[in-house]
Design a protein. Structure first.
Lengths: 210, 353
């Protein structure tokens, strides 16, 4: 895949040279993410900041872009690792760099589209997971601010972090997993009520299919 | 017509992605057949995606905030170290300045102290020179008189100390400053004002005569006396020579005051430690006998001016010559007395001889 104005760097060359010394074993990092230890992301940030920033700088990015890509990469890593069937089959640095590269590519694509400079083929557009999803999720985020903190935490822990109900119950002072599940259902209903009360269907979708 | 309703438990499984791909596709087809259910499912997906975005934004905020804290902590710790370093530097500079001022203060005190004519260092210097003089004396044929040791160290106070032995019926000691030097090399070490009487000259006449004078603020009022041959203290020390009259006559030739000569000879060890000092606004010469110091009579002659100082011992009396004037030299311990001019013509004649 080649984009004009974008130098595709062979990561097999770049990564070994730019990869910092690993301070933790990959399995330990994955385990910490599974345990919900967010501090591991800070360690990874420090560890891979130079490598990922360098990649962004070399591909038309600036310092702010590098920071955004680093954060997005770590968030994506967090979400992926926390999926039930996640299995790390390559080195964590390789995996992380691949996420960063893809994230930066998407960002570049988005910018080019906004500028009307679409250098991507139609097939590539179709393959892009973001294409066609033009829903205004900021409505949901605004509505979540109206939720109780516990509800907000439960929903994020369940849908974003992917924690099981037992963990959510323990983290939120609930008696059991079933209580947490009922509470989650109740919170989601509450969020739905807030949204429907404050917004119409036309607000939900930026591009509603008829 | 789909029989699916909003309470179908498969909706939850579908939304939570707990179905297999095949089951999910089958469920989608069934759900889309019921617009109400499909709208419900889409709305649920919309909320879930919004929750995920909120969760992602929250996690990004967490990372950003934590990294900011890390940077601030790093900056703070670096600042602390810099602060410590700067504080230490300031302390070191402060201590250095304080030490310097103390040193200067001490130096000033030292100078003031050195201006005191009774400084022990001067005495020790005199002792040292004296011992060397004694050694030289023992090696000399003309061992009947001693050279004076002269040190002075204050330009302003116009101070000279002279060690004048009495070794003749008419013994004279004089101070002269035609040259300046540091006979013992001590003056610089002591940070003393560099006033040193350097020249000691011997009279060619039969009487032993040692001349020295103060250096009064750089003015050298003395004129050379052709009858006097010079010998510097430095040479004296370095060469180990004894001061003697250069014509070789020595004391014995001074036969015109034999009686006194004998008497003085018996007092060969009598020495004077003379300090010349000036008082502003007072011109009358005065003498202060400050006692004895290490076997020497310790005198301070006030307001003598920048003139020759000669001491005579004649008929059991001591006299002092300041320039061309002769005075009685009262030796009253621990007293201050005006120097009275010698009025006895006979004595004056003898002194002038």
């Amino acid at each position: 895949m080649y984009y004009e104005g974008f130098t595709f760097i062979d990561e097999s060359v770049l990564i070994p040279r730019a990869m910092p010394n690993q301070t933790r074993k990959d399995s330990e990092i994955v385990a910490r993410i599974h345990d919900g230890d967010r501090e591991v992301l800070i360690d990874l940030y420090k560890q891979f900041e130079a490598m990922i920033s360098n990649h962004v700088f070399q591909n038309s990015g600036n310092e702010e872009d590098a920071k955004d890509i680093l954060q997005d990469t770590l968030v994506a890593l967090w979400q992926n690792v926390r999926k039930p069937n996640f299995e790390l089959t390559v080195q964590l640095s390789t995996y992380l760099f691949a996420i960063a590269k893809n994230t930066w590519l998407k960002q570049l694509d988005k910018r080019k589209r906004l500028k009307g400079e679409n250098y991507i083929t139609g097939k590539e557009i179709a393959e892009s997971p973001n294409v066609g999803q033009q829903m205004d999720y900021s409505i949901v985020r605004k509505a979540m601010d109206s939720l109780q903190d516990r509800c907000r935490n439960i929903l994020i822990m369940f849908y974003f972090d992917g924690f099981d109900m037992k963990t959510i119950a323990a983290a939120n002072g609930l008696a059991s997993a079933s209580v947490a599940k009922a509470k989650k259902h109740q919170c989601l209903k509450g969020l739905e009520g807030i949204i429907k009360q404050n917004y119409s269907a036309s607000d939900f979708y930026l591009n509603v299919e008829s | 017509m789909s029989t699916m309703n909003l309470n179908d438990p498969r909706i939850e499984a579908y939304l939570n992605q707990e179905m297999s791909e095949v089951d999910a596709q089958k469920f989608e087809r069934e759900a889309k057949a019921n617009p109400e259910v499909w709208y419900h499912i889409q709305f649920q997906q919309f909320m879930i995606q919004g929750i995920r975005e909120e969760g992602a934004a929250e996690l990004k905020d967490f990372i950003a905030n934590r990294m900011t804290e890390e940077i601030e902590d790093d900056f703070t710790s670096r600042n602390i170290w810099w602060s410590v370093a700067v504080t230490l530097i300031i302390l070191a500079v402060g201590l250095g300045v304080t030490y310097k001022f103390q040193w200067l203060d001490g130096e000033a005190k030292t100078v003031v102290a050195k201006n005191d004519v009774n400084q022990g260092s001067e005495k020790s210097a005199l002792q040292k020179l004296e011992s060397q003089l004694s050694e030289s004396k023992s090696q000399s044929a003309a061992d009947t008189f001693l050279m004076p040791e002269i040190f002075a160290d204050n330009e302003d106070a116009n101070i000279t100390t002279a060690d004048a032995p009495i070794d003749d019926a008419v013994s004279r000691s004089s101070l002269k400053d035609e040259k300046r030097s540091d006979p013992l090399g001590n003056m610089e070490k002591m940070n003393v004002a560099p006033f040193v009487v350097s020249t000691i000259e011997l009279n060619t006449v039969s009487r032993s005569k040692v001349l020295a004078s103060t250096n009064n603020l750089g003015k050298n009022k003395r004129k050379n006396e052709p009858s006097i041959k010079g010998d510097t203290v430095t040479d004296y020390l370095n060469k180990g020579r004894i001061a003697q009259s250069t014509d070789g006559e020595g004391i014995e030739s001074n036969s015109n005051s034999a009686s006194t000569f004998k008497k003085i000879k018996s007092e060969a060890n009598t020495q004077f430690l003379i300090t010349l000092s000036e008082q502003s606004g007072i011109t009358k010469p005065q003498v202060n006998m400050r006692g004895w110091a290490e076997g020497k009579i310790n005198l301070t002659i006030w307001n003598a001016g920048s003139v020759d100082v000669l001491i005579f011992h004649l008929e059991e009396e001591y006299y002092i010559q300041l320039g061309n004037d002769f005075y009685y030299l009262p030796l009253i311990p621990f007293s201050m007395a005006d120097l009275k001019p010698v009025s006895d013509r006979a004595i004056l004649e003898k002194l002038k001889q």
